[in-house]
Design a protein around this ligand. Sequence first.
Ligand code: NDP
Length: 247
Amino acid sequence: MLKDKNIIVTGATRGIGKEIALTLAQNGANIAINYRNYNEEVEELINSIKEFGVEAIAVKCDVSKSDEVDNFISEVKNHFSSIDVLVNNAGITKDGLLLRMKDEDFNSVLDVNLKGTFNTTKSISPIMIKQKHGKIINISSVVGIVGNAGQCNYAASKAGVIGFSKSVARELASRNINVNIVAPGYIDTDMTKSLPDKVKDEILKSIPMKKMGNPKEVANLVLFLSSSLSDYITGQVINVDGGMVMA
Ligand code: NDP
């Protein structure tokens, strides 16, 4: 489905991003990822991607820093010559109730989740405009739609990603660039592993399908949105959440 496409996936060292990178590579795409700390896992992931017979590169980049993002995007452009798809997946949580939330925990979550998405999207847009095509897929969360006690910073960042993406979708639609939003529900990764069992049980009760999702189920939607099958879809929020949130 993605033969010869060049795709950037941020936050692919673990969890959902890793599965997205592998799924897109399995479908023929060359992959560029970022890392913050180079380690064995990054090397193993690059090797696993290459086993699908595609190219893979990794560049050091913290998405919250615009100079590092500009360098990342320009290194990928120099290597692949075009960039067909950008998947903004890097994200963090720093949970806490409003009354106890420190300024730094509010700011850092906004800096990575929302400003990071702005940084990469702004940096890549001139490239996609010039090549007259592109797809941008931003990973938000159902929490950005319905909110969640203890996550006002995270919910604000993910709601921000939705508003940001819809605005950019309107700006770039005439340039043949699609911008869509994936909103996962409760997915089994490092991010959710640390939740207390009591909280997990409560969340499970609120999911009509009564189970957590897995990273592959998110990656499959990103695969569709990366491919030409989704050419007439832009500015949409699509949930992958076992029915947890229904509009
Ligand atoms: P993980 O915590 O497993 O992985 C997060 C990834 O983001 C890691 O690769 C991490 O890199 C990277 N990252 C974090 N901060 C930065 C930064 N400043 N610059 C560059 N990369 C960074 O998270 P998930 O896989 O669970 O989540 C992936 C995305 O999906 C996130 O945007 C998350 O908000 C969203 N999501 C997840 C849900 C879930 O239930 N798991 C539900 C809804 C949305 P490193 O290894 O260096 O830390």
